[in-house]
Design a protein around this ligand. Sequence first.
Ligand SMILES: [Zn+2]
Length: 502
Amino acid sequence: MPTMRSPACLWVLVVLGVVVRPAAGHADERAAARRFAAALGDEPALVAFLRAFPKGADLHSHLGGAVYAEDVLRHALHRRLHFDPLTNLFATKPSARTVPAARLLEVDRLRYQFLDAASMRGTRPGPAGGHDHFFESFTPAGSARRGVPPEELLATVLRRARLQQVQYLEIMAPVGGAALDRLTAAAAAGVPPAQLLARLQPSIDAYVTAARADLDRWDVALQQALGLSAPPTTVGGPITVRYLVTAYRVAPPEHVFATFAAAFALMRVDRRVVGANLAAPEDHPVALDNFDRHLRDLDFLWRRGGEPSVTLHAGELNLHLAPLEHLTHHIRRSIEVGHARRIGHGASVGWEDDLPGLLRLMRTRRVAVEVCPSSSLTILGLSGERHPFRVYRRAGVPLTLNTDDEGVSRSNLTLEYLHAVRAFRLSYADLKELSRNGLEHSFLPGESLFVGGDYRRVRKGFEQLRARGWRPTPEEQRALGRSERATVQARLERALWEFERQ
Ligand SMILES: [Zn+2]
């Protein structure tokens, strides 16, 4: 949290080109805080307040889990697939067991059965939370959307984000899907890293070409679907999206290696992909056995790949899912060996070795935690004081609010803010900090609009940013042109200004 500064310090900051804003906030901010306080006792009013509240970013969103089961059912109907009530899977060809997808519109029981199987609508929470049902839901949902172009799913997700004043998304999406499958298939087991990388190079080059063609196609489709004047991967419009490439920790380790190698090669030449992640159940026996290997490989590739941005799911565990020895080091090693700049979930942090030292490390390196309240509640059964939100916050570790799998969880970013407000008793100032953290800890390139992560300290040249009718001067325009991060941050600041004046 910001600390008070002496007048001498203030003078030094002014000389250094830093503008210090009063912590108490201006009249409009205080009015917004009063509206927030009034809405707290009345859930529909709180929903309306939080939906309109400008939210900096959703940094943790899996495209496959972001669409609702109803969305994928619509795709299955459109493509006239066939539904197997025994397995809850859709197939392209009929069999003795299947019924046409259209039957799900006529027979409510069949439709509810599919929607329950393909999302947390039908979860039966057990002692481990809804973990099992959550991860099982991807198979039926995936069978219904197989073959649907990713840009169609992305358009759905971006439209919903715009309805909630989300400024920026970093989505884990299947960039270059088929080419990535060919690349991982070419990765042989038991080959030393340097040799494997050299052997894979032609396939990596082919992947980069195919992935960039995908990104070009997505740009055109999304611009058209959303009615934008430029593709949403640019920073000039009302919403910006960038992509993360995801490796799957239950796949053979050489596949994980190839995926990270491909992601880093792509990031070097295309700004639309800003980072890499490692997903799938962390407690799976294959994931646990290969945990160290994944991080070692990541370390090898990261050093050779120009130190690209990495975020890692880590500590999405509890003792119902894995024994203690796996809970003691996943977060720390993901940072120290895997070079994670952000940690997804970090839920089991209380079991880590040397907790104070780990929290210090995260604060010092400014490693942010991607908090996903609905997901942690439904998968791990974490809410209120069982969630480590306040442990991180007290230690000064930056936090962000995210959806994880908004479709599967039957949620959205507004509801994640609402859950956080309720569970962690947040103030309006806390909300603003969390919203701004989404951009401060995004992987967008360029200098921040703020100095040292302190939102009271705006960089020189942007003193008028929060003034009525602000339009960037030519000098400000040039400065923003040098930083995509600052451009989206400026958009958020203006959106907050408008919101607070309502
Ligand atoms: Zn996730």
